[in-house]
Structures are given as structure tokens and as C-alpha cells.
Design a protein around this ligand. Structure first.
Ligand SMILES: [Zn+2]
Length: 368
């Protein structure tokens, strides 16, 4: 396929026109038919989260993953690219990855008219078709959707209504791909409104100018349910338009947790001393996380990340944006709380004890 360099050759090859959702659906069906694993490296979700994701993709839904920190939400979203074709044809040099068979932007439509079958085709790899944004209060509509570039308009003597004066944001640049927004409730409500149009109409409108560019983008989101109330919210019309809401969870079995830790923790180090960690110690470490998740001494609203048990691993090794430095936080009595102060002291002391074996393992691992 990648030997094809012009529109004429692409047409002759019989390459189909299909949306990203159709592409993912067909590739998922093929993967299931071959009895291959769809999300390698994700453990403990085989009977819960993964079938729900399969259903969402087969139904061509946009998806939101709801769950606490350290439940592999970001990792799942990133691995959706494995369901994309390895490469797709795009009009060479197009900012929004137009299909040569269906050019959408003004530049490519003009080029297609000028060059006909000689329209140059480039091949885009699936890794380039996934982009993500961590929702923070400073994200603007211009970042996500785009803005008018007044200098371009002045230089080229174009009006603001001309689509060639648009500076595209990250979503149109992910056209024909997957766009992920992590921690959606943190996105300001007016920005969420801007996403509505893309979800509903599948097109782009910039600053109210009637530039309509059809978008073919799969939108996926993650959110921590706790943040709904504490930091922000998902506006109702947007929530209604995200068809599949999938709840993630922590590992249900110690064995699964051990599997995750041994996959993620940085234990194979170039060291002169070989460290043997017996299985019962590994189990114990996981058990601490399990107990912490049930403990009233631990602030459950922050969650006890599956990463708690892998403190030796370098930070950011899986790039999980949804994690915060503290593996788990103790529940602090809010000011004005009427509980007796002794409670808090006991809580903190017990908490320190709770962390003891964990910390010891860490120190031991480093010192030996
Ligand atoms: Zn284009």
C-alpha cells in the first residue's frame, strides 16, 4: 500500500472510504476472530472493562472511562491505537490529515482540482493518529478547536470567514484519529460546550464564522468520579452525548495485582548483587494496598493506586497523567471538624505504621 504516491494509484487500488469508527470496528472484529488479545498489558479487566470497551467500539460510541487514580485509564485509551490500520493515506502536507479520496479543507480541495489524479498521497502511521490533552483550567477553545490567525488574513488579503485564515487546534489536527481528554471535569464548562458540536455535528466551527469542516475523530475521555463534585463537573448535554460510560476498578485478586506490579516495577537493574524477593513478600506488599483500599484511615476519595506497590519504578514510566505524587493520602480532619483530636493522631500513627513495611521494602531494595 505505502508504495502508492498519488490519488490515481490509490483509486486504482480500490482503497475504501471509511470512518475511523468503522476502521476500529472492523479491526476489532478481525482481532477477535483471530482470538488475539486486544489490550495486552492490561490485567484484571478481562471480564469487566475490556468487554465493555469492545461493546463501545462495536457500537461506534464515544467513550468515557470513570475511575480512581491508577486504574490504567490512560493506558487503555492509548492502546486504542492498536485497533487502527497501521497506515492510512492522507493528502501530503494537509494540516488536518484529509483523505485523498475525500479532501475537506480548502487547500486540499484546490490541490485536488489542480492536480487531479496526480494529487500527492502520504501514509500516516497509527501512532501519529492519537493525541491527548490533560484537562486543566487554562485549556482554551483555541487550543482544542482553533482560532482565526489575523496576520495570515492580512497577509493573504482574506476575510475572517475564509477557512484559510484558521489556525487549527489539536482536535482538527487529530482528524481521522483518536483524541483523548484526561480528567474531563477539570475542563471549564464553556470549553466542554465547544466539544459538544464536534460530538454532535461532527464538524468544526471557529469563533462563530460559518466555516464548516466535517471532522472524523473518535473522542475518548477519562474522569475521576470524585472530581465531579470536588473540582468540577461534566455538563449534562456533553455527558448525554458520550454514549458509553465505563467504570474501571482496582485489581480484584492479589494475583492480578502481583502481575501488574511485576510488569510495571523497575526491578531488573544492572546491579552486582542479585536480589531475590520471595513470593510471600510480594503477596504481602499487594495485601497492603488491598487493606488500604478498605481502610477508613485512608482517604478513599483519592484512591489507592495500583502503582502504590511499585515505588521503585521510575516516575512516569507509563506516562500516566492521571496520577498524583502521593500514593495514598491519610484522611485529615477538616478544620471545624467536631471529632476528638485523638482520632486524628491515632489515624496518622496507624497510617505511618501502615506505610512501614512498604517503605522498608523500598529502602531494603535500594540499600542491598
Ligand atoms: Zn487538507
Amino acid at each position: 500500500m505505502t508504495a502508492i504516491h498519488t490519488l490515481g494509484e490509490l483509486r486504482a487500488s480500490g482503497y475504501p472510504i471509511r470512518s475511523v469508527k468503522d476502521e476500529m470496528r472492523e479491526n476489532l472484529l478481525a482481532t477477535i476472530a483471530r482470538r488475539e488479545t486486544t489490550f495486552p498489558g492490561i490485567h484484571g479487566y478481562e471480564r469487566t472493562v475490556i468487554p465493555a470497551i469492545h461493546n463501545a467500539i462495536l457500537s461506534k460510541h464515544d467513550v468515557i472511562l470513570l475511575g480512581l487514580r491508577g486504574q490504567a485509564k490512560t493506558r487503555i485509551l492509548r492502546s486504542l491505537t492498536s485497533l487502527l490500520d497501521e497506515r492510512i493515506p492522507v493528502v501530503e502536507g494537509c494540516e488536518i490529515n484529509d483523505s485523498p479520496l475525500q479532501p475537506m479543507c480548502k487547500r486540499c480541495r484546490r490541490l485536488a482540482t489542480e492536480k487531479g489524479d496526480d494529487l500527492p498521497v502520504a501514509w500516516m502511521h497509527r501512532d501519529e493518529r492519537y493525541r491527548e490533552k490533560l484537562a486543566t483550567p487554562d485549556v482554551t477553545v483555541a487550543d482544542l478547536v482553533g482560532d482565526i490567525d489575523p496576520i495570515k488574513a492580512a497577509n493573504q488579503r482574506l476575510t475572517y470567514a475564509d477557512e484559510e485564515v484558521i489556525h487549527y487546534g489539536i482536535i482538527p489536527r487529530t482528524n481521522r484519529g483518536i483524541f483523548a481528554i484526561n480528567e474531563l471535569p477539570d475542563l471549564a464548562p464553556r470549553i466542554q460546550v465547544a466539544l459538544l458540536n464536534i460530538l454532535e455535528e461532527r464538524d468544526l466551527q471557529i469563533r462563530g464564522f460559518p466555516v464548516r469542516i466535517p471532522m472524523d475523530v473518535v473522542l475518548v475521555f477519562s474522569a475521576n468520579p470524585e472530581d465531579y463534585t470536588s473540582r468540577g463537573n461534566i455538563i449534562t448535554p456533553l455527558k448525554d452525548r458520550i454514549d458509553s460510560q465505563i467504570l474501571t476498578h482496582y485489581p480484584q485478586k492479589v494475583e492480578t495485582a502481583m502481575q501488574i506490579t511485576s510488569q510495571e516495577a523497575w526491578t531488573e537493574r544492572a546491579s552486582k548483587v542479585k536480589i531475590e524477593v520471595p513470593d510471600y513478600v510480594r503477596q504481602l506488599v499487594e495485601q497492603i494496598a488491598f487493606v488500604a483500599r478498605d481502610s477508613e484511615l485512608v482517604d478513599q476519595s483519592s484512591g489507592v493506586s495500583a502503582r502504590l506497590t511499585e515505588p521503585g519504578a521510575p516516575r512516569g514510566h507509563d506516562g500516566g497523567d492521571d496520577d498524583l505524587p502521593a500514593p495514598f493520602r491519610l484522611r485529615h480532619a477538616p478544620s471545624g471538624d467536631h471529632r476528638q483530636s485523638g482520632d486524628g493522631v491515632r489515624g496518622r500513627a496507624a497510617g505511618r505504621r501502615g506505610r512501614g513495611p512498604e517503605a522498608d521494602r523500598h529502602r531494603g531494595g535500594e540499600a542491598v
